[in-house]
Design a protein around this ligand. Structure first.
Ligand code: NAD
Length: 343
């Protein structure tokens, strides 16, 4: 595992390595490990390691993000006699990464945390940045801690078994990262659509690295979301509203984000911030990758859902908008302008 970069996140240091799936699962020297995974990823994990493992595997899906599963992982840690210097290794998508990180942050006030993300969304987004958590009281990610992994092992090889819907979910975030801060990635997404859709491994490697690096730079510059980290929410205020109105599950998160990206640039254009050509470019790329840019939902219902969104300032929803590629800003917007771009 020679190819790595070290990120400094406040008092924490995170070593990010690009590697093979087998390398991603290695236990750091001199440490005992508890693996945490889910029911879909577990067979792959066992096949790669080839011997019985100390593992807790949750039933796959968002429903697993609950306190009783955290308790289960903590109990298993105690049963195994893990010490504070030993580690929890999360192998899975964003759900597993969020939960493993939460459990590790609590275990003996914080044990070593290694994450090996296996979905595109977790590789380019969920596994990095320190946010951990579970769903609570009917709200997503309502309870959690801040605890970056000491090691993040990104193995694009895991993507070969990822279901199409989950792949497209992560691709929405990749497109967002390209819009925020990587014109070369943007061009690649345009020119290499076929290789991406067929999951050519060289294309996956390149895309994941570039996309990860955008998040890496933003989080390192603004760990506590005091300014530019909020830009990572581009398209998300719209996406959360769509998910809430359409019913969770009808649109994958990335599909909702893709629709939200289009709505965000349309709103930017309506406010005179960006040229029409940027809206057309975004629309063209989204359609090239098969995303819908119209929701078919009731605009008033979408607006109502947006007003419930937790990222509000002084009762108003703040939007992440763009003046063009890589030129992002935050602004509160009048309801009539928002309504005009909701379709
Ligand atoms: N902490 C953060 O900063 C952050 C950021 C974004 C999202 N998240 C969280 O991430 C979660 C969503 O993550 P996700 O989209 O990865 O969902 P997920 O973890 O539910 O994984 C999606 C599905 O893919 C399966 N899967 C995973 N890897 C696979 C592989 N290699 N082959 C075959 N199947 C595989 C899983 O079992 C699951 O069924 C949400 O809970 C969200 O809140 C956290």
């Amino acid at each position: 595992m020679s190819d790595f970069k070290t990120y400094h996140l406040g008092e924490y240091t995170c070593r990010v390595t690009f590697c093979t799936p087998a390398e991603a699962l290695q236990v750091p020297a001199q440490k005992k490990a508890l693996y945490i995974s889910d029911s879909n990823v577990l067979p792959q994990l066992q096949a790669i390691v080839g011997q019985p493992l100390p593992v807790v595997a949750f039933k796959a899906g968002e429903e697993a993000k609950i306190w009783s599963n955290i308790e289960l992982a903590l109990m298993r840690g105690f049963d195994l006699g893990l010490g504070r210097d030993d580690c929890m290794v999360g192998v899975g998508g964003g759900v597993v990464c969020d939960m493993t990180a939460f459990a590790a942050s609590l275990y003996m006030r914080g044990c070593t945390l290694v994450l090996a993300p296996t979905t595109l969304l977790a590789m380019v987004d969920a596994a990095f940045g320190g946010k951990t958590g579970i769903n609570f009281g009917g709200y997503k990610n309502m309870v959690g801690t801040f605890y970056p992994s000491s090691e993040l092992r990104i193995a694009p090889g895991f993507l070969s078994t990822l279901p199409e819907r989950e792949f497209r979910s992560g691709l929405g975030e990749v497109i967002k990262h390209a819009m925020l801060d990587d014109p070369e990635l943007w061009t690649f997404l345009h020119d290499s659509a076929r290789s991406i859709q067929s999951r050519d491994m060289a294309a996956m490697e390149y895309m994941v690295r570039r996309s990860f690096d955008v998040k890496g730079r933003v989080v390192e510059a603004d760990l506590r979301e005091e300014n530019i980290r909020a830009h990572l929410n581009l398209g998300h205020t719209f996406a959360h509203a769509l998910e809430a109105v359409a019913g969770f599950g009808l649109w994958s998160h990335g599909e909702a984000v893709a629709w939200g990206l289009h709505a965000a640039v349309r709103l930017s254009h309506r406010l005179g911030l960006c040229p029409k050509s940027w809206v057309s470019e975004v629309e063209q790329l989204l359609q090239l990758h098969g995303y819908r840019t119209q929701s078919g939902e009731n605009p008033a219902a979408l607006l109502h859902a947006m007003k419930q969104d937790k990222k509000k300032k002084a009762g108003q929803v703040r939007f992440v908008l763009q003046e063009g590629p890589c030129k992002t800003l935050l602004r509160t917007v009048a309801e009539e302008d928002v309504l005009a771009v909701l379709d």
